[in-house]
Ligand binder design. Structure first.
Ligand code: GLU
Length: 287
């Protein structure tokens, strides 16, 4: 009787140990595939992540009724989080207007930023980039009935107001075409405010990447039109902590694999669809 009880206790203890060992293995299984101490291992272990994106840009990152953003940038981010073993419900989306993206990465408010984010040298001083996963170009959106603006040169006379977003590359690029920056350049924190200002005739145009403007146009086809003559190159990168080369390289590996195996196309078809032509190749810049 006594022996039986001891045996029973031993069995229970063994089962408990076994379960603990299994639990331990389970916990580690997602991070095991990543080098110890890497950002990938840390995120996989945590099982959750904060990601910066836009909330007001149709096609790329637009907050829906469920409170979550939807669009191509969101889908690109989800390709990465799936590889990390993080469930969609465990992603905290952080609205990241153009001006705050570097700050949010530097201050650890987000682990990565996927937000129509142009890779350039000035930004590389503060953060690092994987990608590009797409290349856009700066363009101009005007009211549908306005034929007086045909390109950035139309601002040289000084009588037209153009709207863009603080901290964006298009806001900087357009300056060279303006006669009087103070009078002509209207800056907000997000592009949807520019759209309101354009419709209300407070400004004559919006300038930013063609694909962002194309999202606004597809939502307001009777009110606005896109010139369709891009005049810069805006390679979109995924922003991460400066000098986290291991994380950057891993993201580039995943982007390349996703382009090859069709996950990129699935993300594209579900969001950009026929609004924008899908690139035929993806060439990341490794550094
Ligand atoms: N791609 C440009 C940039 O990163 C414009 C779009 C944006 O502001 O997000 O500044």
């Amino acid at each position: 009787m006594r022996l039986t009880r001891i045996a029973a206790v031993a069995v229970v203890a063994a089962l408990a140990l076994g379960a603990a060992a299994c639990g331990g293995d389970d916990d580690k299984s997602s991070s095991n595939k990543f080098p110890a101490g890497s950002t990938m291992a840390k995120l996989a272990d945590a099982g959750k992540i904060k990601i910066g994106t836009k909330f007001d840009q149709p096609l790329f990152g637009l907050k829906g009724l469920d409170g979550k953003p939807a669009g191509f940038d969101v889908e690109i981010a989800k390709i990465l989080t799936k590889e990390l073993g993080i469930k969609d419900d465990n992603i905290e989306w952080v609205e990241s207007p153009s001006k705050v993206r570097e700050d949010y990465i530097q201050q650890d408010k987000v682990s990565l930023v996927v937000a129509t984010y142009t890779i350039n040298d000035a930004r590389k001083e503060k953060v690092s980039f994987a990608g590009p996963y797409f290349t856009a170009g700066q363009d101009i959106l005007v009211r549908k009935d306005d034929d007086s603006i045909s390109g950035p040169e139309s601002f040289q006379a000084g009588d037209k107001k153009v709207c863009s977003v603080t901290g964006s590359t298009p806001a900087k690029n357009i300056e060279q075409y303006l006669k009087d920056k103070t009078a002509q350049l209207v800056l907000f924190d997000v592009y949807s405010k520019c759209l309101d200002a354009l419709k209300a005739k407070q400004v004559d145009a919006i300038t930013t990447d063609n694909v962002i403007l194309s999202g606004f146009q597809s939502q307001n086809p009777d009110a606005v039109k896109l010139l369709g003559q891009p005049f810069t190159r805006e390679p979109y990168g995924i922003g991460v902590k400066k000098d986290d080369k291991q994380f950057r390289d891993w993201i580039n590996d995943v982007l390349e694999a996703a382009f090859k195996d069709g996950r990129y196309k699935t993300a594209w078809d579900a969001t950009l669809g026929t609004n924008v032509k899908m690139p035929t190749a993806l060439t990341v810049q490794r550094y």
